[in-house]
Design a protein around this ligand. Structure first.
Ligand code: CUA
Length: 366
């Protein structure tokens, strides 16, 4: 009977070790499957394969055209490869080497010409789509989008409105986003409405937006722009024509100085006496000029009409309740850089009472 020696133990353990390493090879695969399973949630607000308007449709159609052409090529090439592997494999009784085609001019020309023609074929609809989507039609409604670290600002030159985070547009009306950046490169991307486009400091880029159905379309900054790039989201809210007109006239109404002794009035005093006024404009209340301040924060005149804030990252989730909205506001005001690392809005060291009063005031800004 073999005695257990240190060597045999080591050998056994080595064998056991190898076997478990073999199993471990499946672990990353398993984790990947679990990770991919997370992609199958019902609600996919950033799904680029779910176009919701004629512009996104054009991109989607092109994508599927190219996808199916590529799939056909894949099947043909892999099929030919499998045939070659099985038919011409080395096996018992095979005496001669299969006929070699290397250097066959006819074949070389053929399999250079076929991919060239395929690529030229794909180039036609690709270029057509790229050029069709490149420039805004002259009748489109202009909206200026300005990228900031880390939020999007929207200005409506036709209506003299400035807002942030939530871009409100009318349905069935083409919008021309004229985009630029206040600091670094950003990229405005609302996948259900159009592809991505850069916001470049000192330049103007254009992006066409057209929503057919009223609703909320999610977006995200699609270019790494610093510490909180991942926290730079956007929303587009498409309203019916009449709702949009009502929204416009409401946004044009300035705020007012509160004279009563409500909690909201106390909050307004905190706003006016704190650092807030250095960056945030409230029409009819403090009126700052964006060109004259060092750091410009979102216009708060109609803050409460926006269902998200802090670069559209708060409140998190799809349909936040009133309580969740208020809790998110509390979290944000208590320590902004904890939510958005690197945020230019630093911790204002507000007391719980100050925060309650500010929330009360902010919620009146509708
Ligand atoms: Cu802005 Cu990434």
């Amino acid at each position: 009977m073999a005695k257990s020696t240190p060597e045999s133990t080591v050998k056994r353990m080595g064998w056991v070790g190898r076997a478990s390493r073999g199993r471990n090879r499946f672990l990353p695969l398993l984790l990947l499957l679990l990770l991919l399973a997370a992609c199958t949630t019902e609600v996919q607000p950033l799904n680029s394969l779910d176009p919701q308007g004629p512009i996104a449709d054009q991109i989607d159609n092109l994508f599927w055209l190219v996808f199916w052409i590529a799939t056909a090529i894949f099947v043909v090439v892999q099929g030919a490869l499998l045939v070659a592997i099985f038919v011409f494999r080395d096996r018992k009784g095979r005496t001669e080497v299969p006929r070699q085609v290397h250097g066959n001019a006819k074949l070389e020309i053929l399999w250079t010409a076929i991919p060239t023609l395929i690529l030229a074929g794909i180039a036609v609809p690709t270029f057509r789509t790229v050029f069709e989507l490149a420039d805004c039609p002259t009748e489109a409604m202009p909206v200026d989008i300005i990228g900031h670290q880390w939020w999007f600002e929207y200005r409506y030159p036709w209506y003299d409105i400035t807002t942030a985070n939530v871009l409100v547009i009318p349905t069935d009306t083409e919008v021309c986003a004229r985009m630029t950046s206040d600091d670094v490169l950003h990229n405005f991307w609302v996948p259900k409405l159009n592809g991505k486009r850069y916001l470049v400091p000192g330049q103007q880029t254009e992006l066409r937006l057209l929503a057919v159905e009223p609703g909320e379309y999610w977006g995200h900054c699609a270019e790494f722009c610093g510490l909180s790039h991942a926290k730079m989201r956007a929303r587009v809210e498409a309203l019916s024509q009449s709702e949009f007109e009502a929204w416009v006239s409401n946004q044009q109404t300035p705020g007012a100085i509160l004279e009563d002794d409500s909690l909201a009035a106390a909050g307004q005093q905190i706003f006016l006496n704190g650092a807030c006024t250095g960056c945030h404009n409230i029409a009819g209340v403090n009126e700052i000029n964006p060109d004259e301040v060092a750091v410009y924060g979102p216009d708060l005149t109609h803050f409460a009409t926006r269902n998200v804030f802090a670069g559209a990252v708060l409140p998190d989730g799809l349909n936040p309740t009133e309580a969740e909205y208020e809790e998110a506001l509390r979290t944000w005001l208590a320590n902004p850089p904890a939510v958005k690392p690197g945020s230019f809005m630093g911790n204002q060291n507000l007391t719980a009472e100050d925060i309650d009063a500010l929330i009360a005031y902010l919620r009146t800004l509708d």
